[in-house]
Ligand binder design. Structure first.
Ligand SMILES: NC(=O)c1ccc[n+]([C@@H]2O[C@H](COP(=O)([O-])OP(=O)(O)OC[C@H]3O[C@@H](n4cnc5c(N)ncnc54)[C@H](O)[C@@H]3O)[C@@H](O)[C@H]2O)c1
Length: 243
């Protein structure tokens, strides 16, 4: 049986990814913050801001089922606001979880993925493909994830490990609700409407369901995607296709 390790597994997208792999017959190892609890899979809590905990978590994850076939880095933090008001702590937390942890989770998993001919799937963002006005820290972290994906794919290709990213637009998850709550002022609906107004669908614009993104992640982990590595697949209704 193939085994996937999912970070951010208690989150909106992470949970959907765990459910998709479980439905496909894979064993799922789920990790998230110690104060969270993933609903699906074997549970290993870890704070991804601590590289020692990352290494311990990945080592533990590989012992549960004795192999590792895919790592999905779905943990993430959002922040936005004027760049002359950003704190160092905000930068460290957002870049730490989104980018630094993506690197060190992958790094720790490499030998295990090499053993199975496995793959890594990063959750980047449309903000990894283009800059999001007012979200420079988040955009920097996701741009880093997208280019990390390319560089790792090239480095690991000779070792038989594929590395890809998906770049979704807004997904209906607790993160999006948190964005509206923390940054949307008094009217979350106005915040959502402003986000939707950027999509080319006009009146038909909508946000993604977590399952729609999980389906693409699932495909990228399959042997049928053997030719896909170093890719950043947009799942954004054309948001980043141009103006
Ligand atoms: N929701 C969106 O609109 C959207 C759009 C594009 C990309 N993304 C990306 O998708 C991924 C999943 O986001 P989501 O929407 O499910 O958000 P979410 O907030 O529901 O889930 C994120 C998870 O990351 C975990 N996490 C945060 N800090 C952590 C830490 N220090 N250690 C361990 N775990 C930690 C949280 O506990 C949470 O469960 C993220 O990388 C996010 O940036 C989200």
């Amino acid at each position: 049986m193939s085994v996937v390790l999912v970070t951010g597994a208690a989150g909106g997208l992470g949970t959907a990814i765990c459910e998709r792999f479980a439905a496909g017959g894979w064993d799922v190892v789920a990790t998230d913050r110690p104060d969270a609890r993933a609903p699906v899979g074997d549970w290993i809590p870890a704070d991804l801001l601590d590289v020692a905990q990352i290494r311990e978590m990945v080592a533990h994850a590989t012992t549960i089922h004795g192999r590792l076939d895919c790592v999905v880095h779905a943990a993430g933090l959002w922040t936005e606001g004027p760049s002359d008001a950003t704190t160092e702590d905000e930068w460290d937390r957002v870049v730490g979880v989104n980018l630094k942890a993506a690197y060190f989770v992958s790094s720790a998993a490499i030998p295990h993925l090499e053993a199975t001919g496995g793959s890594i799937v990063m959750i980047s963002s449309d903000a990894g493909v283009q800059g999001n006005a007012g979200a420079a820290v988040y955009s920097a972290s996701k741009g880093g994830v997208s280019n990390l994906t390319r560089a790792l794919a090239l480095e690991l290709a000779p070792r038989g490990v594929r590395v890809n990213a998906v770049c979704p637009a807004d997904i209906e998850t607790p993160m999006l609700k948190g964005q509206a709550r923390d940054f949307g002022g008094a009217d979350p609906q106005a915040y959502y409407a402003k986000l939707r107004s950027a999509y080319p669908q006009g009146e038909r614009a909508r946000f993604l369901a977590p399952g729609e993104v999980a389906e693409v992640v699932w495909f990228l982990a399959q042997p049928s995607a053997a030719g896909v590595t170093g890719a950043n697949w947009s799942i954004d209704f054309g948001l980043s296709a141009g103006i």
